[in-house]
Design a protein around this ligand. Structure first.
Ligand code: NAD
Ligand code: GLY
Length: 365
């Protein structure tokens, strides 16, 4: 257990739904204390998964117990399959069995799967109870724990059922990232590199510094990414103005490759790495991104050992088949996020399916 240093605090100023993200090592042990200003009642559940629970569940419960909260740990199997309506129903029923009512609150302890699932449970249990996010992966710290998108998957597709429900607090304990397997640690950087590409070119040296020393600046880097996410969410909380869509940079083609690979072959961040390269290439064709900007994105992804070429087992035809089914295509065009330069993204209607095909073929080289 590392000594706690002063956390970095990032505000998410959403009026009566405003909250803070606290970022730093050792915050898990301060969970109970950090809840005090929120005025929550004492009954709560900590929802976690079968990998994270054994690692961090006890520390969360101890901290809650010491601060006078009555907490029950509820554990689901690790993995995307737990983001389901049946798992959400099971959690709600367990909460009722344990005596929770509309005065209870939820703590989500885990990666994006747990954040989305527990957030959805919190958003619907008794028509909505408060919840706190304790994200334990790179993706969940820089992206999913902030912004209030919660939900579960359907057999027909990902995230099809959900609610916007903002957390009351985000505690990003950067020390928990130490137990991530190397591949999972690295894949999360696809989203960090995406943030640099769409909003913050000056973050590039900070990202590179992690490669030399993982501990040197992780809290600062996570906080800087949360600040980017916060700003985008504040500009477009309910995804109506188009700003929040900028977060999809690299995701249209990335999702197509992920689906074509069959979920599980490529980690999400690995598929997004390929999507980012294709989107950078299209930004050079349909916008003003220069070769240097594109090369910076590619070399950052390479430095994190993220794929820059599509595995041979995934054919162009299968990827294009998935992409053609994308409902965002209208008469051969799609709303596609492009870069004007590194750090400056916009939504374009100019990108054609043929150009997307060419960018996928280019990923073979
Ligand atoms: P995840 O939650 O499945 O975590 C990945 C794996 O790492 C799991 O097996 C988990 O048990 C394990 N793990 C988590 N923390 C660990 C730790 N500290 N040490 C060791 N192992 C640990 O996946 P993820 O990448 O964190 O999140 C992906 C999910 O997030 C997807 O369902 C995606 O749709 C969602 N998401 C949501 C948003 C949003 O805005 N709500 C944004 C991005 C992604
Ligand atoms: N991760 C996409 C969003 O929060 O809008």
């Amino acid at each position: 257990m590392m000594a706690t240093t002063t956390p970095i605090i990032v505000d998410v100023p959403l009026g009566d739904r405003a909250y803070q993200a606290h970022v730093g090592p050792g915050l898990l042990d301060l969970l109970g204390d950090k809840l005090a200003p929120l005025g929550l009642r004492k009954r709560c559940v900590v929802i976690t998964d079968s990998t994270v629970g054994p690692l961090y569940g006890k520390r969360a419960l101890t901290s809650l117990d010491t601060a006078g909260y009555k907490a029950t740990l509820l554990t689901v199997p690790a993995g995307e399959a737990s983001k389901s309506l049946s798992q959400a129903e099971s959690l709600c029923r367990q909460m009722i069995e344990h005596g929770c009512d509309r005065h209870a609150f939820v703590v989500a302890l885990g990666g994006g799967v747990i954040g989305d699932l527990a957030g959805f449970v919190a958003g619907t249990f008794y028509r909505g109870v408060p919840y706190v996010q304790i994200p334990t992966t790179i993706v969940s710290q820089v992206d999913s724990s902030v912004g209030g998108k919660t939900g579960v998957n359907m057999p027909e597709g990902k995230n099809l059922i959900g609610v916007f429900h903002q957390p009351r607090l985000v505690l990003a304990d950067t020390e928990t990232l130490d137990s991530l397997p190397e591949r999972e640690f690295r894949e999360g950087f696809a989203e960090v590199i995406k943030h640099a590409a769409i909003r913050d070119a000056d973050m590039v040296p900070m990202i590179e510094a992690v490669l030399k020393d993982r501990h040197a600046n992780l809290p600062e880097l996570m906080a800087r990414n949360i600040a980017i996410k916060s700003k985008v969410v504040v500009e477009d909380e309910y995804e109506t103005t188009g700003t929040r869509a900028l977060l999809n940079f690299g995701h249209t083609i990335g999702h197509g490759i992920e689906a074509a690979a069959g979920y599980g072959q490529l980690l999400h961040g690995e598929a997004i790495s390929l999507g980012l390269i294709a989107a950078a290439r299209l930004s050079c064709v349909f916008s003003d991104l220069d070769d240097m900007g594109k090369a910076t994105i590619v070399s950052l992804l390479e430095a994190f050992h993220l794929p820059t070429a599509i595995p041979e087992s995934i054919t162009d035809d299968i990827i294009l088949d998935y992409l053609s089914r994308d409902k965002k295509f209208e008469e051969g065009h799609i709303r596609f996020v492009l870069l004007r330069e590194l750090g400056d993204a916009f939504v374009s209607n100019a990108v054609t399916l043929d150009a997307i095909k060419a960018s996928i073929i280019a990923l073979r080289k």
